[in-house]
Design a protein around this ligand. Structure first.
Ligand code: DLL
Length: 432
């Protein structure tokens, strides 16, 4: 819930007033502290005084991943580095990562948002929460970790990987809640079934996100593990997990609207759309100190409902995601842009920029094969040369995207050529 001073759920009017106040502060802050934003605002003739509340938000320019790339690594930070207590990073569209910075206050608010999301999933003090998102530059692990600690739950900082060990700890530590990607949770379910261990777990709820999944998959997880599964959304640029989460009614994800102002726009015309209209989700951060963002285009396609939820919450809800307006893929929870593969291939000798990514899902784990056309001479050389090149390409791609790949080398002119927009991805994953 988002409470007002009388400890009642905030009405939409109260919420809008709060958002307006916070927006005015944020705009003032970025204008005075971030040169890039000041110039961006000046280029459209906007000064802080022109923004008096959320009704003026459409006057502000959009922010995209390109802006973060152009100011890499810290150019959009609105505080001195001495105030930044943590950085995280996610994939950029090409070589450079998108870097985000948090002040101590940002981490506190983030932890509170994740704690709210976990509360919606019925998790609280006394629960043992196994965090099986990746720890490190990805926001999933530490984001869920701090949120669960903020709640007063006991955290098992498992991270990803060794599923057998995870299951042993799940049983031995009496884990009652898990935070991980939905596909990984299905893989865990399958392993538990195969090992006949389902009867030994105490799991009752899960907060899953970081990748697209369907309502059918959520119900399958609930059914197979006999738990409640909740959808949690977020993105590194805006904060990490906890920007929105679904309640026990599963009728869309409640946005932490006191911290993030949402809009839906037409990704082609960039015009704002009305409630319940499908389009691209845009967020303006309202309280962030380290990296405040104005109208950040998430590229995630969804719609927003402002109707009051059956649970009593008045916050806006986003519907399940319908895809993205760009070509970003999420493979094993890792964001991958085809352009990253292209950039990596172009750095190497002997390769061509002709490649095809084949994404599959086996035992609920994603796999990525990259087929690459290499120069003719490698096929007339010894097989060892070909094998060495294949290993070298796999290493280079893994370094670029942070994900192990299988590389298959093919002769020149083997892969399909396209007259219009080229296609570099075959995604065989079927979201159940
Ligand atoms: O995935 C943050 C996160 C961690 C969210 C753990 C939830 C749980 P990024 O790596 O920056 O951050 O990826 C953000 O992932 O723009 C969406 O396309 C996708 N995504 C995240 N959550 C969901 C979800 C984290 N619940 C990108 N459903 C976003 C569908 C999701 N897609």
């Amino acid at each position: 819930m988002i409470w007002n001073e009388s400890k009642e759920c905030m009405s939409r009017d109260e919420l809008m007033n709060l958002q307006s106040k916070r927006l005015v502060k944020t705009v003032d802050r970025v204008y005075h502290n971030v040169e890039y934003y000041r110039k961006k605002m000046q280029s459209v003739g906007i000064e802080p005084g022109d923004i008096r509340g959320v009704e003026d938000i459409h006057k502000l320019p959009y922010t995209t991943k390109d802006d973060l790339r152009d100011t890499y690594p810290f150019g959009l930070f609105a505080t001195p580095m001495s105030e930044i207590v943590r950085v995280h990073a996610s994939s950029g569209t090409t070589g450079k990562a998108t870097v985000v910075g948090y002040t101590r206050r940002d981490i506190e608010i983030w932890s509170e948002c994740v704690a709210r999301a976990m509360t919606m999933a019925g998790i609280g003090r006394g629960d043992v929460v196994q965090v099986a998102y990746g720890y490190g530059l990805f926001t999933g692990g530490l984001g869920a970790h701090y949120g669960a600690e903020h709640l007063g739950a006991t955290v098992v900082p498992q991270s990803t990987g060794n599923t057998k060990k995870l299951i042993t700890m799940m049983i031995d530590f009496g884990v009652t809640a898990i935070a991980c990607t939905p596909s990984y949770l299905l893989h865990i379910a399958e392993t538990l079934e195969n090992e006949n261990l389902l009867g030994q777990i105490k799991l009752k709820s899960a907060v899953c996100g970081a990748e697209p999944w369907t309502e059918a998959m959520r119900l399958q997880i609930e059914d197979r593990l006999h738990i409640k599964a909740h959808d949690i959304y977020g993105l590194s640029e805006v904060m990490g997990p906890g920007v929105a989460c679904d309640c026990e009614f599963h009728q869309g994800l409640h946005i932490a609207e006191d911290h993030f102002y949402p809009e839906i726009i037409d990704p082609e015309t960039l015009e704002p759309l009305d409630a319940n209209q499908p389009g691209e989700l845009v967020f303006t951060t309202l309280t962030k100190e380290g990296l405040p963002l104005l109208r950040y285009r998430t590229k995630d396609l969804t719609s927003i409902s402002y109707d009051k939820c059956e649970c009593g919450r008045t916050s806006a809800r986003i519907s399940r995601f319908k895809g993205r307006s760009d070509d970003m893929l999420i493979i094993r929870g890792v964001n991958v842009f085809p352009s990253q593969i292209e950039a990596a291939l172009l750095e190497m000798s002997g390769t061509t920029p002709h490649y095809m990514m084949i994404v599959d899902r086996t035992n609920n784990l994603d796999t990525l094969e990259v087929q690459v056309e290499v120069e003719e001479r490698f096929f007339s050389d010894e097989i060892r040369e070909l094998e060495n090149l294949s290993k070298q390409i796999a290493r280079t791609i893994q370094m670029a995207i942070g994900l192990a790949v299988k590389v298959k080398l093919v002769e020149p002119k083997t892969l399909e050529r396209f007259e219009g927009k080229s296609k570099h991805v075959i995604d065989n994953r079927k979201l159940i």
